[in-house]
Ligand binder design. Structure first.
Ligand SMILES: NC(=O)c1ccc[n+]([C@@H]2O[C@H](COP(=O)([O-])OP(=O)(O)OC[C@H]3O[C@@H](n4cnc5c(N)ncnc54)[C@H](OP(=O)(O)O)[C@@H]3O)[C@@H](O)[C@H]2O)c1
Length: 355
């Protein structure tokens, strides 16, 4: 029986990966790292065939032993600052009697340009541009580069592949995180500005992918591993998770009616903002004023505001060559369900606190 160990399997991405893996390979044994007993119970009740394993990304010994016992490890948890957990996965897989498989999640922020809201930018192709992508990651100050290098350096002893998503959207079957990780930051910023916003002219472009299409990429690699297909692993096995590219104005156009409907926006007039204001808006939400103190440089609010202004146009050529094709429609078509669901669960949490 094939043994698959999933890290981050309760997440927006990892939950979709778990769901599709269990659906496609019901006879495989899936062990899922979860952070507490409550999550373990909820996971086991939705996926009776999966085995929750309580621990976190500091449980190095547990991660190493479980990786050694697995044929395939899928890590859909956060990579940045979690080098030691990734080293534990790699140590475990290196100590297997046969060469194991590691599917790692990174992110295309390694390649972000300056957050100026302008259109002029390089489109990155994960096939044609792979040598440049590897070279950029040699700068250890770039996001994801430390862990990308750890994974690449293990390629002689472990079959490795890195999936590097752009902007991930859509509803996930995740038991804990059905809406995308970026949703709260977008909503807080929208609450601060109260109208549609953009950095400068909002001409910068992002590649997006529906979380279910992204999960299909992981399952395709699992299928390749099960078939002992050696062609899709190694130092250069870097796969963008990207399906379509839209500019920030287009994204805002899709989002505005939804946020107007929910009274997050009070009007439809577009407002051009600077980076510092976007970061403050993202941190303070309703309590934002132009005089608010800016967030710290390494904060999530800064990360989100930079995301608003950068270009991230990506081509997922490698996955297309393996036969992957996006099945979901345009990402703006998911905004109503995603943001309505997020705002509903926010209201429910407030009502629960009051009760
Ligand atoms: N979503 C995107 O747009 C995007 C784009 C590019 C790259 N990525 C990368 O993909 C990763 C996953 O994204 P996501 O959207 O699925 O995030 P998410 O919904 O927040 O899921 C993160 C998963 O990792 C688990 N986790 C977080 N910290 C952990 C820790 N210290 N120990 C053990 N488990 C931990 C979470 O467990 P809990 O359920 O207990 O919280 C959850 O299962 C991101 O961290 C990022 O590196 C995401």
């Amino acid at each position: 029986m094939t043994r698959i160990f999933i890290i981050g399997g309760t997440g927006h991405i990892g939950g979709a990966v778990l769901h599709k893996t269990v659906e496609m390979y019901p006879d495989a044994s899936a062990t899922v790292l979860v952070r507490d007993e409550q999550k373990a119970k909820r996971l086991a009740s939705k996926y009776p065939s999966a085995q929750p394993l309580v621990g976190d990304l500091e449980s190095f010994e547990l991660i190493e032993v479980t990786s050694r016992e697995a044929d395939i490890v899928i890590n859909a948890g956060p990579d940045i600052t979690h080098d030691k957990a990734i080293e534990a996965v790699i140590r475990g897989l290196k100590n297997r009697p046969t060469k194991g498989y590691y599917i790692h999640t990174a992110g295309a922020s390694t390649l972000w340009d300056e957050p100026t809201g302008s259109r002029e930018a390089r489109t990155w192709d994960d096939d044609e541009d792979i040598q440049d992508i590897i070279t950029v990651a040699k700068d250890l100050n770039k996001p994801h580069s430390v862990t990308d290098n750890l994974v690449r350096d293990a390629a002689d002893e472990v079959h490795v592949a890195i999936i590097s998503p752009g902007f991930v959207g859509g509803m996930s079957p995740s038991i804990e995180h059905p809406t995308p990780i970026t949703t709260p930051g977008i909503v807080r910023t929208a609450r601060a500005f109260k109208t549609p916003f953009r950095i400068a002219q909002g001409e910068n472009r992002h590649s997006w992918i529906h979380v279910e299409d992204l999960a299909d990429m992981y399952v395709l690699l699992v299928t390749k591993a099960l078939a002992s297909d050696q062609s899709c692993w190694g130092r250069e096995a870097y796969y963008f998770g990207a399906a379509e590219t839209i500019d920030f104005n287009g994204m805002m156009q899709g989002l505005s009616p939804v946020l107007l409907k929910h009274d997050v926006f009070e009007g439809a007039e577009m407002r051009s903002v600077g980076m510092e204001d976007a970061a403050k808006a993202c941190l303070y939400g309703d309590n934002y004023t132009e005089e608010s103190v800016p967030p710290p440089a390494d904060s999530w609010a800064i990360e989100i505001s930079i995301l608003f202004g950068v270009n991230m146009p990506l081509r997922a050529t490698r996955m297309a060559k393996l036969g992957w094709k996006a099945q979901k429609g345009p990402i703006v078509g998911t905004f109503d369900e995603v943001f309505s669901s997020f705002l509903r669960s926010e209201r429910e949490a407030v009502d629960k606190d009051k009760a």
